[in-house]
Design a protein around this ligand. Sequence first.
Ligand SMILES: Cc1cc2nc3c(=O)[nH]c(=O)nc-3n(C[C@H](O)[C@H](O)[C@H](O)COP(=O)(O)O)c2cc1C
Ligand SMILES: Nc1ncnc2c1ncn2[C@@H]1O[C@H](COP(=O)(O)OP(=O)(O)O)[C@@H](O)[C@H]1O
Length: 314
Amino acid sequence: MRTVTLTYPMKPETAAEWDQPQIAALGQFDGLHRGHVSVISSAVAKAREEGLPAAVITFYPHPKDVMGKGDYEGYLTPPRDKRELLAGLGVDVLFVIEFNEELSRVSPRDFVERMLLPLNISAAVVGFDFRFGYMGEGDADMLRLLGNGTMRVETVPPFLLNGVKVSSSGIRKSLQNGEVELVNFWFGRRYHLRGTVVHGEKRGRTIGFPTANLELEDRYVIPARGVYAVRAFHNGKALPGVMNVGVKPTFHEGVTTPTFEIHMLDFSGNIYGEELKVELVSFIRPERRFDSVESLISQIREDAKTADKILQES
Ligand SMILES: Cc1cc2nc3c(=O)[nH]c(=O)nc-3n(C[C@H](O)[C@H](O)[C@H](O)COP(=O)(O)O)c2cc1C
Ligand SMILES: Nc1ncnc2c1ncn2[C@@H]1O[C@H](COP(=O)(O)OP(=O)(O)O)[C@@H](O)[C@H]1O
């Protein structure tokens, strides 16, 4: 899959490259959940049918990140995850349009005429609630109108699971409530965090539970504080583990930024500086303060047993 970054207005030399028609799915697609996958797969299927390349056109940063008051909660799929997942769906080209204040003021007409038509999009596939252009004034009908007969527009209906519409906002909320199974069901895969193992306070090894401290690679949506059964992938190898997302109230007061610590159940070795991808499998319990280190240790021992059982069954 090729990734192309675009800025508004499109440079003529960029446009000149896209002289073949292509089928494109348009949207923010943060999370690439099953609703998003249904839109993108429909574009890919259409592209295969017509023997044309399948493209995805998306925006980065997230409009809420640019237009908000600095309180954006982060990404479900930061750029690297998005690229990997889209490549796996059979997408040939990913166009990432840089979102900034200027783009937020572009009218639907200018957006279509100056960004989409130059890319030679013969059919655009969008979700049922797709909005674009200044103040979200544009919708699928307007896209069709502005395409002026050169661009077919198809909408994909809402994707429901148990009668509930799968949505990025629903997933964010559930993740922040620790509802991992539900989140994973909506994703159709497991939510993961990726990062580098950094030095912590060196206490883990002294209490019999060394923990790899993860410095997140990007601004992920942070799951609820607490203990999770996880699978950590180290150099592609899956390692069962238990993760604490928290501020360690047993040892600290007033800390607000959580750390991500993973104890791998059957592992020993030095992995400082190395990358881990950590898949969340299940929420075990909220984080709490213990009156003694001994009671924390026996609870962690219980957590490790619980995680082991969950992971053997999933
Ligand atoms: C499975 C697990 C559960 C944990 N639960 C708690 C908890 O409930 N409360 C707490 O204060 N710390 C908790 N911790 C964090 C430990 O306090 C922490 O791992 C230990 O202090 C080592 O920190 P270090 O890696 O920075 O040396 C937990 C850690 C693990 C691995
Ligand atoms: N089973 C394991 N799970 C996690 N990390 C382990 C394990 N065995 C060894 N390690 C190593 O030990 C380090 C964690 O030890 P710890 O005493 O908690 O130090 P720190 O506070 O720097 O994280 C990890 O970063 C990793 O390099």
